[in-house]
Design a protein around this ligand. Structure first.
Ligand code: HEM
Ligand code: PLO
Length: 491
């Protein structure tokens, strides 16, 4: 009686002065799994201290939706950390930028520019299919040998965002592309991992291997972005909008001609560069990671691969290539993609949110400035919501007849939700569908004899990546003889 929701503090881990840093020392588990395990002791909503920061960990979908949707604006802040400040010149991008009018303006603009190429748009479909076709040709050449598909998948995905951002693309073995592969991996390995420097910023003054790698990689990336930017400025015209960079340049120019709005949103050269860097980085690392996970699960589950082959043979055949309009006709493939996004979420802890004012989650009070981590891993592996959550089973997402899709649980948010929801969801879904359907129409993916199956644990970081593995992409029966296989004939 007399209970007011939000007047109590959530259960808290014992607050040792350096408990945050100890997290990585007291457990071998990566953070998303450790936070899931802590539920047993503290319940599904609890807090802990990392250095001087209070962190709220959310492990169920009701609370997650309260934070992301119902109170989305209150929790729309982002923390500033040493590593993300380095990457984004103190938050001048979208993903790691705190809530502000500049962030809102940027987000809206980029959203608009991406919609231009959005669903149903012929051009983006053409671009993706061009890359899918070229990737399949390379895989055909490499047939019957064990290959790490990652570089080819990455090149295909990179060329799609390259077309969107800069109207350019990379050939195989291109030196700039190779350097991009390297710096981007370096960034993924070192940024936003809640490593010690992000908890204790003063540690920056000591030599730190990760920080050194991050600085080097960011500097290489920045040179590349700067070069693209300078090239664009030369032949920029107000009348044609070729790509995202043109859209950003135009917005920058029009805000310069209108001093009041410059003051409001402050669109500087840094903002343009960092925003393109975000879309480029997010565009490449996320989709590539999902494709790699998909292949890992397909070689683990040949029965799933057979079902997809069957569906492709029945609905598309071998006389033509899959296209976006086939999406509704391939429910088993769609269900497989959804299941991959469930079982191995790209971003298992999302990006941390920050409470912009005093508020509450569930029955607990949350103070302004608290960092909120949504443990998407817990949502996607919640035993109350998913039967046998570690089992890979696309049928979860199919109706009883198996001919239509369904959403079996509300505890599923692969792209987040609310004001900070992923900006690239539509693009990512188009790419995943087209790349996978093109690959599987033509190839069977198998393990090289004597090789162990790919590891399914993953390396925790700003994205949850699978470890390197090799597979054999074998041309399916009849494909070589197929007269409509124009790409093969033209070689
Ligand atoms: C943010 C997932 C692909 C651009 C996010 C977030 C998630 C996510 C979980 C964080 C939401 C939050 O913090 O609450 C994914 C997945 C992808 C994918 C699973 C692929 C399957 C992409 C692509 C792009 C993109 C292709 C760009 C073209 C962004 C941006 C943000 C974001 C800019 C930051 C939004 C903000 O903070 O306002 N994404 N993403 N993503 N994503 Fe994606
Ligand atoms: C990936 C490495 C790039 O070199 C830089 C980069 C920019 C944006 C980041 C992305 C990295 C990782 C995935 C992120 C994305 C913004 C949104 C996306 C964090 C670090 C997700 C999944 O939230």
């Amino acid at each position: 009686n007399g209970f007011v929701p939000g007047d109590r503090s959530p259960p808290s881990l014992p607050s040792l002065p350096i408990i945050g840093s100890l997290l990585s020392l007291v457990t071998d588990s990566p953070p998303h799994i450790f936070f899931q395990q802590l539920q047993k002791k503290y319940g599904d909503l609890y807090s802990l201290m990392m250095g001087s920061h209070k962190i709220l960990i959310v492990n169920n979908h009701h609370h997650a939706k309260e934070v992301l949707i119902k109170k989305g604006k209150i929790f729309a802040g982002r923390p500033r950390t040493v590593t993300t400040d380095l990457l984004t010149r103190d938050g001048k991008d979208i993903a790691f930028a705190d809530y502000s009018s500049t962030w809102k303006f940027h987000r809206k603009m980029v959203h608009g520019a991406l919609c231009m190429f959005g669903e149903g748009s012929v051009s983006i479909e053409k671009i993706i299919c061009r890359e899918a076709s070229s990737m399949c040709d390379v895989l055909t050449e490499l047939q019957n040998s064990a290959v790490d598909m990652a570089p080819e998948l990455t090149r295909a995905v990179t060329n799609v965002v390259c077309a969107l951002c800069f109207k350019s693309s990379y050939k195989r073995g291109d030196a700039e592309f190779e350097s991009m592969l390297q710096y981007s991996q370096g960034i993924v390995d070192t940024v936003a991992k809640d490593s010690l420097v992000d908890i204790f910023p003063w540690l920056q003054i000591f030599p730190n291997k990760d920080l050194k790698i991050l600085r080097q990689c960011v500097s290489i990336r920045d040179k590349l972005l700067q070069k693209k930017y300078e090239e664009h400025k030369v032949d920029y015209s107000d009348n044609v909008q070729r790509d995202l960079l043109d859209a950003l340049l135009r917005a920058k120019r029009s805000s310069e001609n209108n001093n009041t709005s410059t003051h409001d949103v402050g669109l500087t050269e840094d903002h343009v560069l960092m925003t393109v860097g975000d879309i480029f980085g997010a565009g490449v690392e996320t989709t590539t990671t999902v494709l790699k996970w998909s292949i890992a699960y397909l070689v683990h589950n040949p029965q799933v691969q057979r079902k997809i082959h069957e569906e492709l043979d029945n609905k598309i055949g071998k006389d033509r290539h899959p296209q976006l309009s086939d999406r509704g006709n391939l429910p088993y493939l769609e269900a497989t993609i959804r299941e991959v996004l469930r079982i191995r979420p790209v971003s298992p802890l999302l990006i941390p949110h920050v409470a912009l004012q005093d508020s509450s989650v569930g029955e607990y009070a949350v103070q302004k400035g608290t960092r909120v981590i949504i443990n998407l891993w817990s949502l996607h592996h919640d035993e109350k919501e998913w039967k046998n959550p570690e089992l890979f089973d696309p049928r979860r997402f199919l109706n009883e007849e198996g001919d239509g899709l369904c959403c079996p649980s509300a505890s599923y948010l692969p792209f987040g939700a609310g004001v900070r929801v992923c900006l690239g969801e539509a693009l990512a879904k188009m790419e995943l569908f087209l790349f996978l359907s093109w690959i599987l129409q033509r190839f069977t993916l198998e393990m090289p004899t004597g090789q162990p199956l790919p590891d399914l644990q993953g390396k925790f970081g700003v994205v949850l990546q699978p470890k390197k593995f090799k597979v054999i992409a074998k041309l399916r029966a009849d494909w070589e003889k197929n007269p409509t296989n124009t790409t093969l004939l033209s070689n």
